[in-house]
Write a protein that binds this ligand. Sequence first.
Ligand SMILES: Cc1cc2nc3c(=O)[nH]c(=O)nc-3n(C[C@H](O)[C@H](O)[C@H](O)COP(=O)(O)OP(=O)(O)OC[C@H]3O[C@@H](n4cnc5c(N)ncnc54)[C@H](O)[C@@H]3O)c2cc1C
Length: 406
Amino acid sequence: MDMDVIIIGAGAAGLFCAAHAAQRGRRVLLIEHAQNIGERIRISGGGHCNFTNREVSAKNYLSQNPHFCHSALAQYSAADFIAFITSNGIAYHEKTLGQLFCDGSATQITNLLIAQCLAAEVQWAHPAQVLHVEKIAKASSTEATPHNPRRFCVHTNVGTFRCTSLVVACGGLAVPTIGATPLGYQLAEQFGVPVIAPSPALVPLALAPDTLDVLRPLAGVSLPVMARGYPHAPQFAEDLLITHRGLSGPAILQASSYWQQHTPRAPITLDLLPGIDPHVLFTAASAIRQSIAQVLAEHMPRRFAQAWAQIHGYTQPIGEMSHQALEHAAQLLKHWTLMPSGTLGYAKAEVTLGGIDTRALSSKTMQVSAVPGLFFIGEVVDVTGWLGGYNFQWAWSSGWVAAQHC
Ligand SMILES: Cc1cc2nc3c(=O)[nH]c(=O)nc-3n(C[C@H](O)[C@H](O)[C@H](O)COP(=O)(O)OP(=O)(O)OC[C@H]3O[C@@H](n4cnc5c(N)ncnc54)[C@H](O)[C@@H]3O)c2cc1C
C-alpha cells in the first residue's frame, strides 16, 4: 500500500503528528505494536496526565545541543496545546510549579488524539510489528511523482507499506513493560544518523550499602530539599523521599537526569535547610543547650534529623561544640553530598536521556538533514524534559512541527 506518511509509534508524539499531517491532507498510516494505544499517557501524572507546563523554554530540557528544541517549542507552544484541549472540552488545573493536569482521567487526552486521527482518516496498522525498513532507491510507485517520490518501504507482519515521509515516533526505553523498544535507535543507525548513548532519566537513585544501611530505616520519610545532580547543575527545590533502595521524590528525579548526564559521575548535592541559615539556628540554640538533632527536628522530620546528626557524630549540645565543628555542620547541612551507586534503571525511569543526535536534524522541521523524508520526533530524540509536563510538551511540539513538513 502506498502512503504519503508512515509514522512508527502511536504514542503522544506519533498520534499528534498523525492527526495534524492528515488534517493537511496527507495520507497517513500509523504503525503501533502495543495492544493498548496511549498506555504511557494513561499512566502519566498519576492517571491525570501532566500534559504541559505554563512556563516552557529550552532551559527546561537536557540535550547535547541545548538550543535545538527552541524552534519547535516556539512553533507549537504550551499555550497552543492548552488552547487545543480547552477547545475540545477537557478541563484542567494547575497543581504546582506551573504543572497542568487533567481534572478527569488522562484517557481523555488519548481519546481526543485518537478521535482527531479517525476524523482526519488516519489509517492504522495495529497491532503490527515492524520487521524491516528499506530505502527505495528510485521512485517506483506509479502514484508517486518526481516531486513526491516514495522513498521508504516498511515491511511489517501485517503487510508492506511505502511512503514518501517516514516519521519515527517510537519513544525511548523507559518502562519496557508498556511497549518501549530500541527500534528508533536501530533505524537511526541503519540510516547513518548518530545517537547519543541513551540512559534512564527522571529515575530514583540507588545508594551504596554503607549509606543505605543508615538511611534504610527512614524509608518513607520525605523532606523538602534543594537538589543538584552535579556541582553547577540547575537546582531543584522539591521533596526528597528516602526509599528501601536509596533516594527518590521529585527533587531526586530532577537531579538524576543531570547526574546521568555528567561525566565523570559527581556526587549529588542536597541543601537540607532550603532558605534557612543554619548559623542563625545554632546561635539561637546554643543558649538553651539543644543538640543539632533537636534544632533540625523543628525544620525536618525528627527521625531524619536524628539519623543525620548521628551519621555525622553530632550528639553533644550545640553550646559545647567548637566554632569549627559548627561551621562544618552548617556546611554539611547546606551542601550534603552523596554519591549514588547507580539508578534503578529503565524499569523505574520516566524518560530516556540521550537519543537521536539533534545535530543531524533540522530544528525547524525535525527532518534528518542527510536523509530527505526521514523524521524523528518525541522522546526518541536527544531532548529530555524536566519533570512537570515538559516531556509531553516536547512530544506535542516536535510532532506538530514534523506534521507541517512530512
Ligand atoms: C510512568 C510515567 C509517567 C509519566 N508522566 C508524565 C507526565 O505526567 N508529564 C510528562 O510530560 N511526561 C510524562 N512522562 C513522560 C512521557 O510519557 C513521554 O516523554 C512521552 O510519552 C513521550 O512521547 P513519545 O510519543 O515520544 O513516546 P511514547 O509515548 O513512549 O510512544 C511511543 C510509542 O511507540 C510504540 N513503539 C515502540 N516501539 C515500537 C515498535 N518497535 N513498533 C511499533 N511501535 C513501537 C510504543 O508502544 C508507544 O506507543 C511519563 C512517563 C512515564 C513512564
